[in-house]
Design a protein. Sequence first.
Length: 161
Amino acid sequence: MTDVEFADNFLFAGMKDGESLQLFEQSSRSAYKQETHTMEAMKLIEFDLKQTLTKLVTHIFGDGLDIRWVDCYFPFTHPSFEMEINFHGEWLEVLGCGVMEQQLVNSAGAQDRIGWAFGLGLERLAMILYDIPDIRLFWSEDERFLKQFRVSDINQNVKFQ
């Protein structure tokens, strides 16, 4: 898992009246935000998270990907999302992410910051890169599968057969 953190002077920098915006408040928790975060901070963090991860996946697989975001639950983030891409006509989850629970950030000594985190499913990325149809093959001991990925040149183009 990887995380990104922001202080208010960085998150709101360059925004008109940005100095009057705050990261934190005490309110109620909702589906859209934690009780400690302002809605303005949440909207900017969510935008940064989704924009950054969309650029990452586009960089890996190229332009023209059909991407969608699905609301979900992870114990250390809220709100939380899964990124899915259309792979061979079906939606495939490639990563999970969300705004880090503020209690977790505070326990790391960063009480003045807000952040997001993500985790990639490496098997799912390999499925796309190598055109592997079933994730269960990664736990296979079948030599017919395994020998396809023993190559002398790491830059060799490999496709599942």
